[in-house]
Design a protein around this ligand. Structure first.
Ligand code: AP5
Length: 214
């Protein structure tokens, strides 16, 4: 039976990095709510404008449950999830996990595997403070400043820092993760197949551990 995956972990733990690799390897859909919401915001749709409002406050807050529910239901409706999905950044609260559970149940999907990326806090902060993103193609660069790189070598777009990667916001995001998202570890330990992954080593090593455990 086809497995569906959730990549869980604090901000900067490498969810996006590993989820994209996994989705590509399995030819699954990469369902990253952060990326999908940023796209929606760029399109300037009514939902996208509401996401922007939350981010503009600069407090690292999550988007409200009702908006997430509406957005996820809409996206899942648009995508052919029978291909298989790697969820990244979703679910992020117990209420979202219950919502996803209902969606998957309706589609008779119950083979969910959750990879929990565990990374120490100093490493998270270092990664996020030095992360830059191409304004054009959205490619993620790790610490390009240290190499004097200011433009994307794929599309020549400018490399920028995401608003929520400013030091003061990073700490707040980690606090919010500990309060609102970390309870999911317990939730999935009880209800599903939670697999812990050491997310501290370099990207290749983390990826090797995930592949071993698929
Ligand atoms: P989102 O974009 O999902 O942000 P996040 O969860 O805070 O995660 P990040 O993208 O910051 O980190 P990541 O774990 O994906 O790490 P990455 O692979 O990039 O969400 C943004 C906002 O949208 C939220 O704050 C919220 O407002 C809203 N939102 C989204 N989903 C929501 C939901 N479900 N409910 C409510 N609100 C929601 O890696 C980070 C950096 O480290 C990169 O530069 C990468 O190259 C590097 N790196 C990765 N792995 C390694 C490694 N092993 N060694 C060294 N460097 C590494």
């Amino acid at each position: 039976m086809k497995k569906y995956f959730i990549i869980l972990g604090p901000p900067g733990s490498g969810k996006g990095t590993q989820a994209k690799k996994l989705a590509q390897k399995l030819s699954y859909i990469h369902f990253g709510t952060g990326d999908l919401m940023r796209k929606e915001a760029e399109k300037g749709t009514p939902l996208g404008l509401q996401f922007k409002k939350v981010w503009k406050k600069g407090k690292g807050e999550l988007v409200s449950e009702d908006l997430v529910q509406k957005f996820v239901a809409q996206k899942i409706h648009e995508l052919d999830i029978s291909k298989g999905v790697v969820f990244d950044g979703y679910p992020r609260t117990v209420s979202q996990a219950n919502h996803l559970f209902r969606i998957l149940k309706e589609k008779s999907i119950d083979n969910l595997v959750v990879f929990n990326l565990v990374v120490n806090t100093d490493e998270l902060i270092k990664r996020l403070e030095t992360r830059r993103v191409c304004q054009g193609c959205k490619r993620v660069f790790q610490d390009p400043d240290s190499l004097g790189i200011t433009d994307c070598n794929d599309c020549e777009g400018k490399l920028i820092q995401r608003e929520e990667d400013k030091s003061e916001v990073i700490r707040r995001r980690i606090e919010i993760y500990n309060k609102q998202t970390a309870p999911l570890i317990d939730f999935y330990q009880k209800t599903n197949n939670l697999i812990e992954i050491n997310g501290n080593p370099p990207i290749k090593e983390v990826w090797a551990e995930i592949q071993e455990k698929i």
